[in-house]
Write a protein that binds this ligand. Structure first.
Ligand code: OSB
Ligand code: MG
Length: 375
C-alpha cells in the first residue's frame, strides 16, 4: 500500500457550465478547474481535482492560492517521501502547516487513488465504502423569479433527484421557497442553502422558514461561525446543516457540543481530504448526526472522489453529486457520471482506482496552464 510520489503535474482547465450558477456570494459561468496528475515511483498514475474556484467567496482559498500552496508547501512534503499508507499523508500535511485545506486535499486524496490503483482495488472499497449506489440531490442556484425556480425544481423531481436544494439570499428566500412548496406538495424533499447570507438580525425571518418543513437549512450564518448557529438552532425546529464552518473534525465536535446544527455536509476538499472526512463521518455516526456529501461543481474527476466517499455508511442523506450532464456539455472523464430514474448514481466498485478514465489529450487541449513538480 506504499505511496511514493515522484511527480505532480498541475493543469488548469476552463469548463463552461451549461448554465450560470448563482449563490448568495456570486455567480460562476466558466468553472476554472485545477487538475492534478500524480505519478509514483513504480509508474502508477492517478488524477485528482482541487475544488477551489476563482474567488475567495466560499472559503479563503482560490485556484491561484491553491496552485501556490501545492507548489511551495504541499508538494515538497510528499514528493520523494514514502508513506506506508495513504492515511498517513494527512498528518504530514498538518504538522506546522495551517489552513490551505483544498490544496492539501487535492494531493492527499490523489494518494488514496494511487494506493487503490496500485492495489487493483476501487477507491470506494479502499475507503471502507459499503454502498453500491448513492442517492443524488440537485443544487439549484438563485433564479430570476419564483416561477422559474418552481419549474426547475419540478423538472428535477421528475428526473428522479431525491432532494432539491435551493440557494437563497435576502430578497430571494421565503417567497421563493413558499412557491416551490406550494407547487410541489408537502412530500417534496426540499432544503435551502444560504451560504452565509444572514446575520443575527435575521432570526425572525429564518424562524418563518420552519413552516415550510424543509429537510434542513444549510449554513445560514457566517462562514466560520459555530456559536451563533447554536443560538439560531434553539429558535428553529428545522435542522441546521453546517457546510463552510466545518473545516475539520474539531469543528464538527464543537458543533455537536454546542448544538449548532444537526446535520453535516462533508466536502472532502473543504476539510483537507479523505482522512479528515472519515474522522468527521465516524464522529457524526457515533453521535447519530447524519452526513451527506456536498459538491463544488466538480468535473468528473472530483466527482469520482465524492462518489467514493458518499459510499460510506453514515452518508444517509442524498448528496450534491449530480450527473455530469447537469453541469457540462462534455465531461473530461469516460464514462461520464450518470443517474438512473430513481436518482441513484452507481459506485464503481469493480474497476481499480477512480472507476473512470481521463482523456489526457482533451485535457491538454483544454489546459490554459501546465506545470510539472518533481522531487
Ligand atoms: O454551498 O454547497 C455549496 C457550489 C459552489 C460553492 C458552494 C456550494 C456549491 C453547491 C454546488 O451547492 C453543489 C454541486 O456541486 O452540485
Ligand atoms: Mg453549502
Amino acid at each position: 500500500m506504499t505511496v511514493a510520489l515522484t511527480a505532480i503535474t498541475l493543469r488548469e482547465i476552463n469548463l463552461p457550465l451549461r448554465e450560470p450558477f448563482t449563490i448568495s456570494s456570486g455567480t460562476v459561468s466558466i468553472r476554472r478547474i485545477l487538475l492534478l496528475e500524480l505519478e509514483c515511483a513504480d509508474g502508477t498514475r492517478a488524477w485528482s481535482e482541487c475544488v477551489a474556484d476563482s474567488d475567495p467567496n466560499y472559503s479563503p482559498e482560490t485556484i491561484d492560492t491553491c496552485a501556490l500552496a501545492i507548489r511551495e508547501w504541499v508538494a515538497p512534503r510528499v514528493l520523494g517521501h514514502e508513506f506506508a499508507h495513504p492515511g498517513d499523508v494527512h498528518a504530514a500535511l498538518q504538522h506546522n502547516f495551517r489552513g490551505h485545506n483544498m490544496a492539501k486535499a487535492a494531493v492527499e486524496m490523489g494518494c488514496w487513488a494511487l494506493a487503490a490503483t496500485a492495489q487493483g482495488e476501487s477507491l470506494a472499497k479502499l475507503l471502507g465504502g459499503t454502498r453500491k449506489q448513492i442517492a443524488t440531490g440537485i443544487s439549484l442556484g438563485i433564479q430570476e423569479s419564483p416561477a422559474v425556480l418552481v419549474e426547475k425544481a419540478r423538472a428535477a423531481l421528475e428526473q428522479g433527484y431525491r432532494k432539491v436544494k435551493i440557494k437563497i439570499r435576502p430578497g430571494a428566500d421565503l417567497d421563493y421557497l413558499q412557491a416551490v412548496r406550494e407547487a410541489l406538495g408537502p412530500d417534496a424533499a426540499l432544503m435551502a442553502d444560504a451560504n452565509n447570507a444572514y446575520s443575527t438580525d435575521d432570526f425572525d425571518l429564518l424562524a418563518q422558514l420552519d413552516e415550510l418543513r424543509l429537510i434542513m437549512i444549510e449554513q445560514p450564518l457566517a462562514w466560520d461561525d459555530i456559536v451563533q448557529h447554536a443560538a439560531l438552532q434553539k429558535r428553529l425546529s428545522t435542522p441546521i446543516c453546517l457546510d463552510e464552518s466545518i473545516t475539520d473534525v474539531t469543528k464538527a465536535q464543537d458543533m455537536i457540543t454546542l448544538g449548532s446544527g444537526r446535520i453535516v455536509n462533508i466536502k472532502p476538499g473543504r476539510v483537507g481530504g479523505f482522512t479528515e472526512s472519515k474522522a468527521i463521518h465516524d464522529l457524526c455516526a457515533r453521535h447519530d448526526i447524519p452526513v451527506w456529501c456536498g459538491g463544488m461543481l466538480e468535473s468528473g474527476v472530483g466527482r469520482a472522489y465524492n462518489v467514493a466517499l458518499a459510499s460510506l455508511p453514515n452518508f444517509t442523506l442524498p448528496g450534491d453529486v449530480s450527473p455530469s450532464a447537469r453541469y457540462w456539455e462534455q465531461d473530461v472523464v469516460t464514462p461520464e457520471w450518470t443517474m438512473d430514474q430513481d436518482g441513484m448514481v452507481k459506485v464503481p466498485t469493480d474497476a481499480a482506482g477512480l472507476g473512470v478514465s481521463v482523456d489526457v489529450d482533451r485535457i491538454d487541449d483544454l489546459a490554459v496552464s501546465k506545470q510539472v513538480l518533481r522531487s
